[in-house]
Design a protein around this ligand. Structure first.
Ligand code: AMP
Ligand code: TRP
Length: 324
């Protein structure tokens, strides 16, 4: 039997090249080797307010982008998290074995609670729901970007704690990071992670950006005042562009860029990105031409995973002595 992988993306903002290189690209590569489930995690998205009409559109857009980026719905299950009730149900069962201190220690929670005066309980519970997404399918590998490492450690801690309290119930999930591209930085500020929630037109390359926009964004990307690339002294901006180019095109090596003038180098990086993203944009247009196609894919995904989720819910409830 093939080992199972699971991962998820929130249907918020615009999917960007960091999401692609940190997650989607690797999912598409791994799906042949593993039984794969990819979730659109709308229950995570609503931990901060989402306009209801926009959210629905974003869920469908995210599913279409999964497929455009190479996820084959005949091979992998594409699932909307809220369409499988077991995710929220397991999250509650896991909440009851999770010490509050573990959640207060999460850096994402700390960062958000420092910024906002009032903060929803959903933000605190966020990583428990994420643990439920993984454990409900007994996934053994979780391919994500580096920013999710701490959440995954917590998922393992929760699984271990549950197993030791109630007996072996959950498979221990391993984190899988890409070798290149696990943390893509913002183009405007290469000391900050590229993020969907950072506003500003020069921050991120969206997967659906047209070639002209990509050229402009790369041309404006923050670098430093040196004229040409010195591999022994790379500023964060240049290092980030090298990483993006290498992750988009495995035949590109930083050595090939040594000594290149920044202007020429940026043109080359833009070309490499455009060559990667154009087929995705093209495919996205084809997929969205049929308005019902995505609904069919999501229903097929749901039907496939429902029995798997149900089996884990029963097993977990039974282990805890609940009435099944
Ligand atoms: P999110 O945008 O938070 O829903 O993230 C979805 C996936 O993309 C997760 O696996 C993240 O780890 C990954 N990801 C998000 N931002 C980046 C980034 N800047 N670099 C690499 N991976 C990222
Ligand atoms: N928290 C993840 C992110 O923002 C999204 C996510 C939710 C996820 N559930 C998951 C990722 C389960 C991997 C596995 O990127």
């Amino acid at each position: 039997m093939k080992a199972r992988i699971l991962s998820g993306v929130q249907p918020t903002g615009q999917l960007h090249i960091g999401n692609y290189l940190g997650a989607l690209k690797n999912w598409a590569e791994m799906q042949r080797e593993y039984e794969s489930i990819f979730c659109i995690v709308d229950l995570h998205a609503i931990t901060v307010y989402q306009n209801p009409e926009e959210l629905r559109g974003k869920i469908l857009e995210t599913a279409a982008l999964f497929i455009a980026a190479g996820i084959d719905p005949e091979q992998s299950s594409i699932v909307v998290q809220s369409s499988v009730p077991g995710h929220a149900e397991l999250a509650w069962l896991l909440t009851c074995v999770t010490p509050l201190g573990w959640l207060y220690r999460m850096t994402q929670f700390k960062a958000r609670s420092e910024k906002q005066e009032t903060i929803g309980d959903g933000i605190l519970q966020y990583p428990v729901l994420m643990a439920a997404d993984i454990l409900i399918y007994q996934a053994s590998i979780v391919p994500v970007g580096e920013d999710q490492s701490q959440h995954l450690e917590l998922a393992r801690d929760i699984a271990q704690r549950f197993n030791s309290m109630y007996g072996e119930t959950f498979v221990m999930p391993a984190t899988h990071l890409p070798t290149v591209g696990a943390r893509i930085m913002g183009l405007d500020d290469p000391t900050q992670k590229m993020s969907k929630s950072t506003v500003g037109s020069g921050h991120a390359i969206a997967l659906l950006d047209d070639p002209g926009i990509i050229q402009k964004k790369i041309a404006r990307a923050t670098t430093d005042s040196k004229p040409a690339i010195d591999l022994n002294d790379l500023s964060p901006g240049i290092a980030n562009l090298l990483t993006i180019a290498q992750a988009c095109d495995s035949s590109f090596t930083p050595q090939a860029a040594a000594g290149m003038r920044y202007g020429d180098f940026k043109k080359r990086v833009a070309e490499i990105i455009i060559a990667r993203l154009e087929p995705i944009r093209q495919r996205y247009r084809e997929i969205t031409a049929d308005p019902l196609y995505i609904d069919r894919v999501l229903e097929q995904g749901r039907e496939h995973v429902l029995p798997l989720a149900e089996a884990t819910i029963c097993k977990t409830k039974r282990a805890m002595g609940l009435y099944v």
